[in-house]
Design a protein. Structure first.
Length: 351
């Protein structure tokens, strides 16, 4: 068998000239140092990956059957691509218990699944697993797959006191250090996150048509809400330095292909590590934190939750207020104190 006979596998060389290979359907890479091309070991590894990719039919009355039915439904297909991806990540995590009978699920079992996921994936994704279970159970209850929703009413554990905030805002110094040290291919995406408040996932999928010389015109991936505004000057300056390419996506990855979330993350991680090592950034920086940073700045300037939500492409003012909840209100409070001071002085003169 020649390599070209291995349908479903992609062979290429990266920008360093190193041979690479991955399984198209699952995205699983093959370690060519451990399994050299053309060897028996390589063929065996390909066969193993193909077998893993073969989906087995879920058993009747199980969680696997319910998830499979939900993923075929219009309710799932109508979700935004990013949301479907998040749900798929949860469903993949739940695959080992897919043969569990639906009749066995009760609140204590769901709590145990959630707590185990929190310890393995972190609090955010652990809670998201519980949310996905509740959503699927609710969908299944309406269609007769299950009598009740055993995940309904389970509360999200409170954060431990003193635990760091997720996606904390960046300081001005951290933003300047990131711009200075960023890879050329990272500067354009960073401009959209740092000065336009776009979510990293939305930046990675931006089409070229979303940007003109002066305006951003797009929609949020999760909410489908429109996002339109003139580009801030700092964003225009960074975008002017971005590498040119002929693709339909706005930003390319360093290997020349269209940017995606994982390529964005691969450029971000070494930059963050360098910034933490040289002391230009405190621990805890995330790309999502730039969205909170922009909202915080808008909050400091006195913009209300509706204006912030519209800028960020959120449907509700609650989300705008959530993103800007840590905004420094000193400017507003200073004005309040000054007005109070003036009024007290005025009244004192009458005494």
């Amino acid at each position: 068998m020649t390599l070209m006979d291995l349908k479903g596998f992609h062979f290429f060389k990266d920008r360093h000239g190193t041979p690479r290979c991955y399984h198209r359907a699952s995205g699983a890479p093959i370690d060519l140092k451990k399994f050299p091309l053309g060897t028996i070991e390589f063929m065996a590894e390909c066969a193993r990956i193909v077998e893993l990719g073969k989906a087995k039919e879920p058993k009747p009355g199980t969680l696997g059957l319910l998830v499979s039915a939900y993923k075929k439904s219009d309710a799932f297909k109508s979700l935004a691509p990013r949301t479907r991806g998040d749900y798929d990540r949860c469903f993949e995590y739940l695959r080992p218990i897919s043969d569990t009978m639906l009749a066995e699920f009760d609140p204590p079992l769901v709590v145990g699944i959630r707590d185990k996921a929190r310890s393995k994936l972190g609090p955010k994704w652990g809670n998201y697993v519980r949310t996905c279970l509740s959503l699927v159970f609710a969908w299944g209850r309406e269609r007769g797959y299950i009598d009740t929703n055993p995940a309904a009413g389970i509360k999200t554990p409170k954060k431990a006191k003193g635990s760091p905030e997720a996606n904390r805002p960046w300081s001005d110094a951290e933003r300047e250090a990131a711009i200075s040290g960023a890879h050329a291919y990272f500067k354009g995406p960073m401009a959209m996150m740092m000065f336009c408040g776009l979510d990293p996932g939305d930046v990675a999928s931006l089409p070229r048509s979303a940007l003109t010389d002066t305006h951003l015109d797009t929609r949020r991936g999760k909410t489908a809400e429109p996002v339109w505004f003139p580009l801030p000057a700092p964003a225009r300056e960074l975008l002017a330095t971005a590498p040119r390419h002929a693709g339909t996506h706005l930003f390319p990855a360093p290997d020349g292909r269209a940017l995606n979330y994982w390529a964005l993350d691969r450029m971000w991680r070494p930059l963050r590590a360098k910034m933490e090592a040289d002391g230009t950034a405190a621990p805890g920086l995330t790309l999502k934190g730039l969205r909170h940073t922009v909202a915080g700045i808008l909050g400091e300037l006195g913009w209300d939750g509706r204006a912030i939500a519209d800028f960020l492409g959120q449907k509700t003012t609650a989300m705008g207020e959530f993103y800007s909840r840590r905004a420094d209100k000193r400017r507003k409070i200073n004005a309040v104190v000054l007005s109070l001071d003036e009024e007290v002085k005025r009244r004192t003169k009458k005494l």
